[in-house]
Design a binder for this molecule. Structure first.
Ligand SMILES: [Zn+2]
Length: 222
């Protein structure tokens, strides 16, 4: 028996130096064949958890990336299965920096939330890390290549009948800056101090507030 663990990357800083803390008592074979970054915690605790050796961020793996639909809940008293809450829609946004300026994008007419400003990005697909999703989305939407930096924070909202989680990252263009978007009718570079003077989409608001409050762009290789 070998264990086919995927080590993955840190959702905050992008490091691949991720530790897996696993609750439970493994079979001896599993214990012996697991890679050194799998840390068996025994029977006590809350469940498998992830920790980054570089930035010391810790997280629950199911709270990051594409969210699988949950199993129905079994109600023992009623002896029936009840549908679970739908999985949150996980999207990522890029705060693209150029010196003191930040790229803002206005949703085009005909798109949902038309006329509101947001950070460009989109949905995380199955098997993608947040950073991979962002690189793909910015290539499709803005036609640019970017370096993804650290996580800034999460904004929340509604997407129809499900919750929406928006994780925003620092980013900077590798090469040409974007000039047009498939989803937006206007792109504007804005001084970070002036970010608040416009109508932002709801999930982007806490990110704007974090930046205006002084969050500093952070990249793995500065
Ligand atoms: Zn990290």
């Amino acid at each position: 028996m070998t264990i086919d663990w995927v080590r993955g990357t840190c959702p905050r800083c992008g490091s691949d130096q991720v530790l897996h803390h696993v609750i439970g008592m493994p079979m001896l074979e599993a214990y012996e064949s697991s890679p050194p970054w799998v840390v068996w915690e025994g029977c006590m605790g809350l469940g498998p958890e992830r920790e980054c050796e570089e930035c010391e961020h810790s997280w629950q793996s199911e709270d990051v990336g594409f969210a699988e639909e949950p199993e129905p809940r079994y109600d023992a008293r009623a002896d029936e299965e009840l549908p679970s809450e739908p999985a949150p829609l996980r999207v990522v946004g890029a705060v693209i920096v150029r010196g003191e300026q930040i790229l803002t994008a206005r949703r085009a007419p005909g798109k949902s939330t038309a006329g509101l400003w947001e950070f460009p990005g989109g949905k995380i697909e199955p098997e993608e890390s947040p950073q991979q999703a962002l690189i793909r989305e910015l290539s499709e939407e803005l036609g640019i290549e970017v370096e993804i930096g650290w996580l800034i924070g999460r904004g929340e909202g509604d997407a129809g009948d499900r919750d929406l989680h928006l994780d925003c990252y620092w980013a900077r263009p590798v090469g040409a800056a974007p000039t047009a978007s498939t989803d937006h009718d206007l792109l504007e570079w804005v001084d970070r101090r002036d970010l608040q003077g416009r109508d932002w989409a709801g999930p982007d608001v806490p990110i704007v507030e974090t930046i205006v409050a002084g969050a500093v762009p952070r990249f793995r290789r500065s």
